[in-house]
Design a protein around this ligand. Sequence first.
Ligand code: GLN
Length: 199
Amino acid sequence: MITVGVLGIQGAVKEHMNMLNKLPNITGICVKYKEDLEKINGLIIPGGESTAIGKLLRDFDLLNPIKKLIEKGLPVWGTCAGMILLSKNISNDSKTHFSVMDIDVVRNGYGSQLDSFLIDLDIKEVSLKPIPLVFIRAPYIKSIGKNVKVLASLNDNIIACVEKNMLVTSFHPELTKDLSFHKYFIDMIHESKAITSTM
Ligand code: GLN
């Protein structure tokens, strides 16, 4: 059994939990306290408002414990605001948060709430079928470090990538019926478990 935590302090928490509940042999738990971190094999940082989540992470004393776990190899997936929280650089914001992933993001790169949009895109690494992607005040990635692998781009902007145990997406798979990205993240967790069990 794999237990996946969803950081539960603000944003699209319930939606990710609903997706996890649809997957076999997966337990989703809401992570609110430091003790919850002991139970999880992977962590999803949902979309919402990165400034608010960043502040609450500090208030709840969760920022450093989670950062340390990610640096030790805990698989983590940041969607939208979650991607901003993981990045080492935010082009249009001076304050970073976990600062663990070698990407440079542009907050609200796709404009305001009114500029939200939905497209279907082929992302070969993740699914054989086109995946519906929902963008809501979405960030995009302007540049990446040499160890980051691009999974998807849209008009020259990177919108999904991985670096070691970290996955980020500009969009919200939890707001669609498509489970491909959740399955992709579960595969990352299986791989990391396989690596740690051979060490
Ligand atoms: N624009 C938001 C931010 O800067 C992210 C939006 C989202 O997560 N849907 O945090």
